[in-house]
Design a protein around this ligand. Sequence first.
Ligand code: THU
Length: 129
Amino acid sequence: MLKPLEEKAKAIINNSYSPYSQFRVAAVVEDSSGRLHTGVNVENASYGLTLCAERNAIFKAVAEGAREIKRVLIYTPTEKPVAPCGACRQVIREFSDQARIVAICDSDARLDTNLATLLPDSFGPDNLD
Ligand code: THU
């Protein structure tokens, strides 16, 4: 059921710290225990230090003990859904090669996919064995 993730993402969207781009993003990660972890994008006057909402949520999840990601929900208050950037795809990959990725927005359009589709032939922890 995605509704709880959608509701949480919409509830925190105004916590996005995006004074430079004005582009607000919220992400909710569900871990293998069913716990939900939230994140928003956090920008910086030194632009390159900006942290995406997805990575913010994932790093919080890991700090709280999660090691496997089941679902990532991304919300932007836009007309079209927004897919996670390449850096975030690789960070999701660290904790899942199967995660479901859903992006919602303020229209009925949505992206409903998975990490293997967004990041085929990926490099991951197993490659270091
Ligand atoms: N952003 C995210 O939070 N997630 C993405 O997947 C794409 C981009 C943020 C970073 C920056 O604060 C703003 O959106 C514009 O790039």
